[in-house]
Design a protein around this ligand. Sequence first.
Ligand code: NAI
Length: 452
Amino acid sequence: MIYDLIVLGGGPAGYRAAEHAGQHGMRVLLIEERSLGGVCLNEGCIPTKTLLYSAKLYDGARFGKAYGVTAESIQLDHGAVVARKNKVVKTLVSGVAMSMKQHGVTVVYGKGQLLSKSAEGFSVSANGETYIGKNALVATGSHALVPPIPGLKEALAAGIAMTNREILDLKEVPASLCVIGGGVIGLEMASYFASAGAKVSVVEMLDKIGGQTDSEIAALLQKHLEQMGVTFHLGAKVTKLSGGTVYFESKAGNGEVSAEKVLVSIGRRANTEGIGLEALGAVVTRQGLATDEFMKTSVPGLFAAGDVNGKSLLAHTAYREAEVAVNVMLGKKDRMDYSAVPSVIYTNPEISSVGETEETAKAKGLSIETKKLSLMYSGRYVAENEGGQGIAKFVFEKDTRRLLGISMIGNPSSEIIFGAAAFIGRRMRAEEIQKIIFPHPTVGEVIREAMF
Ligand code: NAI
């Protein structure tokens, strides 16, 4: 049989594309090497959120006195947390398998490889079988970047150093943890393990944590994590490892941190190798498999979505890219718009942002107006966040007061930010957003407040 679409990879991009194509009557084959759900479900978004939720409950109980809640001998049982994480992952992975069935998608487990392209379509091999698909979608994801730092390979082999994959299955909370890279993964894991009782240090090359996060908001998170006992070494470049000792150099001089375990979280790389892209002549850059706004690669009929194109490395971007790719295959009018992709760091407190920050807008030379509000403007925030120092920062286009960006720190900003993404994606101006009725009391009301 000739498939309409062969998908390589069953993560958010791959399974969403398969669902969407199946729903529209396409005959779909999905090839997955490891487990449906990809990094997101198995070793990324979902397992980390499960861990972080347990930490939030634990901290809520430990620091509940301010809310009139007291309890004795509260403990976080890390083994039970990990067991629950595994249960949650299993539930969701089987949910994806069910969805594939419901959408008539054939799933093959094995490593898929693009062999050639003929008039019939793409020949793709997996498990010694060859399949033909009129279209192919590469959704092979990304892997943790392991830089050539002396001693790192050895520390990984010895189980002292870990990536995002191994850290989620630690049987016990280490007495100490050194996190290399203060980006999204590093901060989320620092937040969990600090709550769980590890002595956490973060070594970050830049002068601030959180990458593109607004600097003031990143500094507030840093302060909060410091209060939880986390130590930060900023502007610090790791030069070598010796077992669990991480050596770094910084403007302030050379330093070292010794820890029981080390997490390497300095970014990810697209999985573009060993899948036959060279044979087809597809353009691959350092960033990943090159795609245009229609998710087309340089090879007609070959599409790519998700981390493999290196554009956004977020599951929610992957979903949308997958839908765009399939819609384009179906001849529907659609294109990918990256201007309003929300991003969240699920630390406690959470950081959520979408669109421009003051810094990115200024770097682009945009004429802007900014506004900052304390989340204390929200009655709900005051009720639920004793001593909270959350803020929301807004960026408007100067003449039109069109909303260009929002950055927030505070809970539960992750559940609010999609609203801001809708306003920004729809290019709405402050006076239009003012006319929208927000439920009261919610933390989201701060967004409305800022429009006046
Ligand atoms: P990242 O790019 O977010 O952060 C890496 C950090 O490591 C940067 O701050 C960088 O300056 C630093 N760094 C690089 N080389 C270094 C060195 N030699 N020594 C010290 N620091 C160094 O990468 P991360 O945290 O690994 O996450 C990977 C991807 O996964 C991200 O693109 C993110 O979008 C995605 N992700 C998203 C999550 C979410 O949406 N909540 C959660 C976790 C990951």
